[in-house]
Design a protein around this ligand. Structure first.
Ligand code: HEM
Length: 267
């Protein structure tokens, strides 16, 4: 009789796991590239209100007239949602597979060495960190994109500088970002290391370098992202201008894009 099913099934499961690990690694890496650009973009805040809001408009006029106003931003949003889905689905897949493989955890106490605890700790931090980040992204979009939640003042579409300024006057909004950015930092620190390991970059002498890269990327993101809320909370940046002073300067700075802003028609 011909033997059939068992080996191919195992092979398929192995292939899916390898695919999911790579999917998680690549989606995570591309996400980090986005975050590095986002963190760099936020530093325009220190150039003042007009410069920062001009930068927000520039993001929407990219590749015009090939794309309509805001087209590039929509492409970015679709890519980010796809990446997030890929990252979360692969995380769930690997988590379920791990649980199934470990069964009732009957092997858990067999190797309670330092490495074992370190990896269990990292895994837990990754999971909880991931959940905190998901909740944060929802909060963040409701606060700064849809302007559904407007703590600290009356937010206005297009006045990104002022919206951020109002929000970070409040210590609890600052705290939300501090917690989320701490979670992000730990997530990225372990994530960069894991991703590069999955992709085969950790071989003998490259390990110290990879550890250094993971550390610099994670803590760099934390420091750059937190610099703006911290400067706002401690009053190190100028308050937003009154509408009558702001719109003439803003509308002038953004040129033809001013057609997109009803306020500019009045000036
Ligand atoms: C202190 C940290 C941060 C600040 C002050 C900040 C600020 C902002 C602001 C003002 C916008 C709207 C920009 C605009 O409409 O032109 C924005 C968009 C966005 N931020 Fe952040 N951000 C921070 C951290 C993060 C982090 C850690 C993530 C992801 C984990 C993130 C993800 C996003 C996304 C996905 C958008 C685009 C939303 C959209 O318009 O569709 N941000 N951020």
């Amino acid at each position: 009789m011909v033997k059939t099913s068992a080996p191919p099934k195992k092979k398929a499961a192995y292939t899916t796991t390898v695919f999911m690990k790579r999917l998680m690694a690549w989606s995570g890496i591309i996400f980090i590239v986005y975050l590095l650009l986002h963190a760099y973009g936020n530093t325009h805040y220190f150039q003042g209100e007009i410069a920062y809001d001009h930068y927000a408009v520039w993001l929407r006029t990219l590749l015009e007239p090939l794309l309509p106003y805001g087209g590039m931003l929509w492409i970015l949003r679709v890519v980010l949602v796809a990446l997030l889905l890929a990252h979360v689905i692969s995380a769930f897949h690997l988590w379920f597979r791990n649980r199934k493989a470990r069964g009732t955890d009957k092997y858990e106490v067999k190797k309670p060495g330092a490495d074992y605890f370190a990896s269990r700790y990292a895994m837990r931090t990754m999971r909880w960190g991931g959940v905190i980040l998901l909740l944060f992204i929802i909060w963040h979009i409701l606060q700064f994109t849809t302007l559904t939640l407007t703590p600290g003042g009356e937010y206005v579409h297009g006045r990104a500088y002022a919206n951020m300024y109002y929000g970070f006057q409040l210590w609890w909004v600052y705290l939300i970002y501090l917690v989320a950015l701490t979670a992000l930092c730990l997530h990225v620190w372990h994530g960069v290391w894991s991703a590069l390991q999955t992709l085969g970059a950790t071989r003998g002498n490259t390990i110290p370098l990879i550890r250094l890269i993971a550390f610099i990327v994670a803590f760099g993101l934390f420091l750059v992202f937190m610099s703006v809320p911290t400067a706002i909370l401690f009053g190190w940046v100028d308050a937003p201008m009154a509408a009558a002073d702001y719109y003439p300067q803003f509308c002038d700075a953004i040129g033809s894009a001013s057609e997109q802003f009803a306020h500019c028609a009045a000036y």
